[in-house]
Design a protein around this ligand. Structure first.
Ligand code: BGC
Ligand code: BGC
Length: 629
């Protein structure tokens, strides 16, 4: 009996040893400090090959995993030797949201990553889609739709640079931006993440952003990896092709149109050599992009992209059929934003290689790209960020750029009887809660995934975090309209009224209307009408016999027929961000002229949608429209 037990145990030990050394490597083997991959004098390519040759299959697959912080602790990161970690839209460091909180948090994860056998540093990613807007104190810029109206590549390049710097200040290495979608239908909840319906504008601004963000010097502390997204034709999905409406839907455009409209920004952006690209949730001709080898190959072979391809958030689950991870990897995705079931991912993908579903050549190719980026960023030498960039977060200089961006993004749609600029000594009534709701002035992807509002109830999926932001005082650094107008003119010259009824003594009313924050599919809608509350505010103010200036805060054109007869001036202000108040005041008071032009066609009614330049339809205001003083 005892003899059998000894034999059984011996067999067990042998099996374990064979497994561990399969692939020729053993996870328990220590790596000498003199290993070539640690030698900074060697070229990156050589270091990558040396490191790759020392890795077990499991370690390779773990490099391809991007896990989310609410599922993977620093300890898990170490145990599983994970290659990358992200904060989703709603995930913050446990201690708080200041730059220092982010720095300590990211360094803690990094410490875990480099205490593994091979000591491979991790890449930490977040969405700084309009500045590092999940970090307290950061500079929040206008969302892309506003930057499209400004249409100033130099400005966008600076914004890319500042965003990279402020994100890097928190110890973060990777920003899932810019979104270079060409939004062709305003019913899409991500229309505001798109610079324009025109591929030319998106191409120019998207490339400028990458140029500023990476500056061709990824090893510098203040430049981090960018990520043009979502490849591709996310903005070309048609209404009704997804359960939400458009988001994650399908584009049935013929190939030449797909290339002309939606591939064009990638052709331009790839010339700037971005470190990474993210794949789209959406489909082309009913083939999910996450398994679309044909189009992912185009990115590599035709567009010459050599960097890392990452999936979108659990994007593999969009794919039909079994072996979703394998399908995504075989289609050419190098890293999977899993983001939750990373243990399953590692076990399953190791199994896929062992049974031949994925070749080891494909795995090596993916891991090579991931390691190359980590070496190029200098993370092996300097895995930890220090606090030297923190003083730059929300600095006066950065805020001045944000203010400039607000001024340039404003589009003057109407100006009857030259009611604008506001006269220097008039008394002005600001009407509507948006005049003092900095959260609403920033839109989605601010502090939380869906943003926050002090005064409005958001979509049921977003309201809890919005309420939390307000309750915990997790607010954006910046200034709303009421504060900025009052600072400029003094409190006796600026009145505030929520509904527009009690504005006696004012010479003019500025009514702030528009959308409340939303993100992705929660913003898909087939009605872009103003709310009844907003319509009433405009009509009530006009009813007091005053000139009425309407400032529209929105991620896209709204249908204005309900208020136009009651407005003297209308300004499209988009989602202006931190410097909403000062930037808008600068232009309304005439210190600066309006220079913004519509980067999208403004529809007259919902039944005109989709409506885009060149399609022969006439909207309320054409593409390129914008008045000035
Ligand atoms: C979005 C991406 C984003 C990712 C990580 C996804 O839902 O589509 O744009 O980068 O989440 O937050
Ligand atoms: C995450 C986001 C992500 C989204 C996808 C949210 O819970 O926080 O980062 O983009 O889910 O649906």
């Amino acid at each position: 009996m005892k003899k059998y037990r000894v034999v059984a145990i011996t067999i067990l030990i042998c099996t374990v040893l064979v497994e561990a050394t399969c692939n020729g490597k053993n996870e328990t083997v220590e790596v000498p400090a003199t290993a070539s991959y640690r030698d900074t004098a060697l070229p990156v390519e050589e270091r990558v090959e040396d490191l790759l040759s020392r890795m077990t299959l499991k370690e390779k697959v773990a490099q391809m995993a991007q896990a989310v912080i609410y599922r993977a602790s620093p300890q898990d990161t170490k145990t599983w030797a994970l290659g990358s970690i992200l904060s989703g839209g709603g995930d913050h460091p446990r201690s708080g949201i200041s730059a220092k909180d982010w720095l300590d948090h990211c360094n803690e994860y990094q410490k875990a990553a480099i205490s593994t056998r091979l000591g491979i540093p991790l890449l930490y990613g977040i969405d700084s889609v309009h500045g590092c807007a999940k970090m307290g104190g950061a500079t929040v810029f206008p969302h892309n739709i506003g930057l499209g109206a400004a249409n100033d590549p130099e400005l966008v390049e600076r914004i890319g640079r500042i965003t990279a710097t402020e994100t890097a200040a928190g110890g973060i290495h990777w920003n899932f931006s810019p979104c270079i979608a060409v939004s062709r239908d305003e019913r899409w909840g991500r229309a505001y993440e798109s610079y324009s319906e025109s591929p030319g504008i998106v191409a120019r601004l998207g490339s400028a952003y990458v140029r500023g963000h990476e500056a061709g010097r990824l090893s510098d502390r203040e430049t981090i990896a960018s990520c043009p997204k979502h490849y591709f034709a996310d903005g070309g999905a048609e209404w009704g092709t997804s359960p939400h409406g458009i988001d994650r839907g399908n584009s049935s455009l013929p190939e030449d149109e797909l290339r002309r409209i939606h591939l064009a920004p990638y052709i331009a952006a790839m010339k700037e050599n971005p470190a990474t690209v993210m794949i789209s949730f959406s489909s082309i001709h009913n083939e999910k992009m996450h398994s679309n080898k044909q189009w992912i190959d185009v990115l590599r072979s035709e567009l010459g992209f050599t960097g890392l391809i990452v999936s979108d958030w659990a994007g593999h689950t969009e794919i039909d059929g079994p072996d979703k991870f394998a399908q995504a990897i075989n289609a050419g995705i190098d890293m999977i934003m899993i983001p939750e079931d990373y243990q399953l991912f590692i076990t399953e993908v190791v199994g896929n290689v062992e049974d031949g579903t994925i070749s080891i050549t494909r795995i090596d190719e993916a891991v090579r790209r991931i390691l190359t980026l980590k070496f190029e960023m200098g993370l092996f030498e300097n895995p930890f960020a220090d606090d030297s960039l923190i003083p730059l977060v929300g600095s006066d200089e950065h805020m001045a750029v944000a203010r400039d961006a607000v001024r340039k993004s404003l589009v003057l749609l109407e100006n009857k009887n030259t009611v604008l600029p506001l006269s220097a000594n008039s008394t002005i009534a600001l009407v509507g809660t948006k005049a003092k709701d900095l959260g609403a002035l920033c839109g989605g992807w601010t502090i939380y995934w869906g943003g926050y509002s002090e005064y409005e109830t958001l979509h049921p999926w977003l309201e809890q975090n919005s309420a939390r932001a307000v309750a915990n005082n997790e607010r954006v650094n910046g200034m709303d309209l009421l504060t900025a107008f009052t600072e400029r003119r003094g409190s006796t010259s600026i009145l505030y009224s929520e509904d527009g009824s009690d504005i006696t003594g004012a010479d003019c009313a500025v009514v702030v209307v528009g959308e409340k924050p939303y993100t992705e599919m929660t913003g898909d809608t087939d009605s872009l009408a103003l709310s009844k509350l907003d319509i009433d505010r405009v009509r009530t103010a006009k009813g007091q016999g005053l000139p009425v200036v309407v400032v529209v805060i929105s991620g896209r054109p709204l249908i204005l027929d309900s208020i136009l007869p009651y407005c003297d001036a209308v300004v499209a202000a988009w989602l202006p961000g931190s410097m909403a108040g000062p930037g808008i005041a600068d232009v309304l008071f005439g210190d600066y002229n309006f220079t913004g032009k519509l980067s999208v066609t403004w529809p007259e009614s919902m039944d005109q949608l989709p409506i885009n330049v060149g399609d022969g339809k006439e909207g309320l205001y054409p593409f390129g429209y914008g008045l000035s003083y």
